[in-house]
Design a protein around this ligand. Sequence first.
Ligand SMILES: COc1ccc(OC)c(-c2cc(C(C)=O)n3cccnc23)c1
Length: 121
Amino acid sequence: CVLRKIAERTPLQRLLEHLLRSMEKRDPQQFFAWPVTDSIAPGYSQIITNPMDFSTIKQKIDDNSYQNLNEFVEDFKLMCDNATTYNHPDTIYYKAAKKLLPVGLKMVTPEKLRQLRPVLT
Ligand SMILES: COc1ccc(OC)c(-c2cc(C(C)=O)n3cccnc23)c1
């Protein structure tokens, strides 16, 4: 039936949702939770041509827009790179992005993914 169709998740969607939740936990101030607006960050939309944030990544998972893990990782890297592009090194946002990037990438190493397999299948 239609309802059941909506609820089903592919194994990739379940993996990406798990990784997203783990990454979001490492952003307690929620600086990366929502799109950055020009009102909180003057000129942001002129400087950052491809904005990305965790809520957009979540929507893309739900829409099944990611064909593979790498596309998801590329959006995570884009989100962090945008923050180090727009913000000066002495800002909390730049520092938060510098800290978040390696933490997130460590979650998707082959070793970490191997540990996940039984949990997620
Ligand atoms: C101070 O509280 C918040 C709340 C939400 C934010 O982005 C969703 C931000 C924020 C997040 C960012 C980023 C990620 O560049 N940012 C840059 C300049 C000014 N503010 C921000 C800050």
